[in-house]
Ligand binder design. Sequence first.
Ligand code: ADP
Length: 398
Amino acid sequence: MKILVINSGSSSLKYRLIEMTDESVLAKGVADRIGIGNSFLKHSGKKDVIIEKDMPTHETAIKMVLEALTDPDHGVIASADEIAGVGHRSVASGENFTKSTLIDAEARKELENIIELAPLHMPACIMGIDACMEVMPNVPHVCVFDTSFHNTMPDVAKLYGIDYEDYKTLKVRRYGAHGTSHNYISEITAEIIGKKDFNLVVCHLGNGASLSAVKNGKCMDTTMGFTPLEGLIMGTRSGDIDPSVVQFLCQKKGWDVSKAINYLNKQCGVKGISGVSSDFRDLIAAAEEGNARAQLAIDMFSYRVKKYVGAYAAVMDGVDAIVFTAGIGEHTPEVRERVLSGLTYLGVDFDNELNYNCKIKDYVELSTPNSKVKVFIMPTDEEVVIARETKLVANFND
Ligand code: ADP
């Protein structure tokens, strides 16, 4: 059985076709620059190809994707009928979607209600869903939410210190994000350790970055909040900040609030601090050449991660395992070294030579046999979680 996973952005549509019998990736790619001109499809299937073609809408994009998947030269299936179901990623969920959901008329209507909670992300997600349902009306479409894994957070972690009535009526609370990744990493770590009852800190460090505290397989806390702006310092996002800064910036720069929020999302983080780049490869190279602001950005990023590791050890009464994943977590030893150094009070002992010289296949264990805390580097796989959830919700039997 084959499941198509779709991750739809405002001007892009990423896809992956997964064979569920062995969870192998048959094809993947991205339709890029949708609706903004010079659009192209980058596809890896039987062959890697880049196809330049006008894609004014998400519907034209998904049609292009299906053409690529069924193309005799670079496609991987004979007909679109081989696709049994489609899984859609949604960043936000609101309070009413607590788990992955089949998109029927009622669910589709409810998705509209989330737009105001996540105006940056939801319109694109809905556009992708509508386009795919229009082009593939006869298969189940399932929405998988980035927030679901965090639903187990207790109120003490989930609520903000604001008027409780505002939480009740306006649903303003911490929702978290990257839940599919935190879920995947928790399950794989439990398999490696051979039990479920342990305290885990998952460090998902990519362009967007978040930590979660996972106790006995359940999320207890996470760094992202009402939106993915809260928590760690990220590629271009500020992370935690005093909200009064928004008012001050607006006054001083003559901005309105949405301009300030856009600035905190897109112009800040390590990009803003370094003035060099949001990409850690550029930051490491610049720091090695003596760029002090690039070094500061790396240090600040790592400091914030370490601070939350300590916070989560406190709320869980200790930590048994720490896992690094996503682009920076997997590929930037300089960050891992800074986070792990000085965690001796927790009992962390790690092999720093291995940290700088490891090749990751399934996972690498960085902790030494003396360490009280297991430390792993592990690739994440959000798409496979979405495909598994789609299979489960659509009630497919192999
Ligand atoms: P996202 O999916 O949130 O866009 P990724 O998980 O791809 O982010 O992570 C992007 C970050 O990971 C960038 O800062 C990039 O520099 C870093 N990264 C990715 N691959 C490598 C690599 N091979 N070496 C060093 N850093 C890498």
